[in-house]
Design a protein around this ligand. Sequence first.
Ligand SMILES: [Zn+2]
Length: 106
Amino acid sequence: MKAQHQQQIIPQTCPVCDAPRKYLSYVPLVQKSIVHITCKKCSGNVLAFLSHNDIGTMSVGIVTDLSVDEAQKFMSSESVDFDDVLVLHEISMCNGLTIKDLLQEK
Ligand SMILES: [Zn+2]
């Protein structure tokens, strides 16, 4: 995706408080198809997902509480698959623990 085209679909105002671009910082993640946007005025964070196909280019933004560092860490970590979920369920059942209990253990 060309940089100029990306600029046209990335939000130019804060999706949370409508602050102008000068308050926003943009950090590209995952081959520039996801952009983390932070607003210096309201401290809001947004992840903008960019995609391009035969129909055209679009972006979808979601408000998040992830900082840019947390988003980078999250995006570079391995995804959870069905086997991981089944193992977690099996461990919880064998030990009489809830999934919440297991996730809080350190
Ligand atoms: Zn804002």
